[in-house]
Design a protein around this ligand. Structure first.
Ligand SMILES: [Zn+2]
Length: 357
């Protein structure tokens, strides 16, 4: 049994990462000890590191994680699908865990918003059991998380973004009710936007339009089902989405300034879903009269329901030959290089940076 493991720790926002060792103990009831295989950098890791949203310090980041089971807590026998779990299994798990059943789980069917919900890679490293983020060698899966065994055919690159990026987009497209024949505009073609394009096509969308300032992303977009790309505003929306505009607009860029244009793209009765605005103070000025006159539906998505984790895994598994998901994780870094990986991801030099400890 290992006695300790290293974590990449930062003392305060923008401070350099330092590798530090923390003790490892046997997992308690409800916990699983995992040896991390890969952890990818999500946009919200960058926001936290830059101090754009509150995150306890000294901190350990990283919540898009996969790993192999080292030891199972006494009462953990099966994954959320009912498949038996064993030492050595390669697994993914929900990006969050909850304190137990409550009004949100029992009445509202919103376990992901339970009071006291916490997320991997969002806690102070001083909080026991220390190893609860992706940028390290080990991670404890804590009680009331949702675990899934990974099929052998999936590569680590395909599997790692499933528990945040892909599951979030599964929830966003469900909430947008993307269906047969819909015309969809996606604002932001990062990993979420490109996955959204693929999922919208799989849900039956006839047309997907993508908007992103980064040329390299627009170039990749066609491979993921995007039919037309724009670097800023879509000028001829009514020509592209005849007769009156888009059925659905998805915000997946994290920039509130795109919202007025998004509302303009929608036809009467259209749906707008916000999935990227994870920072507080995302103020924007809109003509709310448009919401009323056009009978618009606006929804927000934060975290996802556990069912979206299964849907995300099954979607990636079933469509990995149709869309080149493995190309989305396009930079690999050692644990010693977390700082460089964060910088490259923040500068959008890579689409999804992966830490391989
Ligand atoms: Zn994330």
């Amino acid at each position: 049994m290992v006695k300790s493991g290293r974590l990449a720790v930062y003392d305060k926002p923008k401070a350099p990462f330092e590798l530090k060792s923390f003790p490892i103990r046997a997992p308690r009831a409800g916990e699983v000890l995992v040896k991390i295989r890969m952890s990818t950098i999500c946009r919200s890791d960058i926001h936290s590191y830059l101090g754009h949203r509150p995150n306890p310090c000294p901190g350990v980041l990283g919540h898009e994680i996969i790993g192999n089971i080292v030891e199972l807590g006494s009462d953990i026998k099966r994954d959320m699908r009912g498949d038996p779990l064993q030492v050595g299994d390669r697994i993914t798990w929900s990006e969050y865990f909850i304190p137990g059943s409550n009004y949100y789980t029992e009445v509202l069917d919103l376990p992901q918003k339970s009071p006291g919900v916490d997320k991997y890679g969002h806690m102070a490293v001083t909080t026991e059991p220390h190893h609860h983020g992706g940028f390290g060698e080990y991670c404890y899966i804590l009680p009331q998380s949702w675990i899934l065994k990974l099929p052998a055919e999936l590569t680590d690159e395909e599997a790692t973004p499933i528990n945040c990026g892909v599951a979030t987009v599964m929830c966003v497209t469900e909430q947008a009710e993307v269906g047969m024949g819909d015309a969809v505009v996606i604002q932001g073609l990062g990993l979420l936007g490109l996955y959204a394009a693929a999922i919208c096509k799989a849900r039956g969308a006839r047309l997907v339009i993508g908007v992103d300032k980064v040329g390299a992303r627009r170039e990749m977009a066609a491979r993921f089902g995007v039919d037309h790309v724009f670097d800023a505003e879509v000028k001829n929306i009514k020509e592209l989405c005849r007769p009156e505009g888009a059925d659905v607009v998805l915000e997946l860029c994290g920039d509130p300034s795109v919202i007025p244009a998004g509302i303009q793209y929608l036809r009467t009765g259209g749906r707008y879903v916000l999935g990227g605005l994870v920072n507080p103070d995302a103020f924007v000025s809109i003509d709310a009269n448009q919401i009323l006159r056009k009978l618009l539906t606006i929804r927000g998505v934060h975290n996802y329901h556990p069912r979206h984790l299964i849907e995300a895994l099954d979607f990636v598994h079933a469509n990995r030959k149709r869309f080149p998901f493995h190309q989305l994780v396009d930079g690999k870094y050692k644990l010693e290089e977390v700082g460089k990986a964060m910088q490259d991801a923040a500068d959008r030099k890579v689409l999804r940076a992966a830490i391989v400890p």
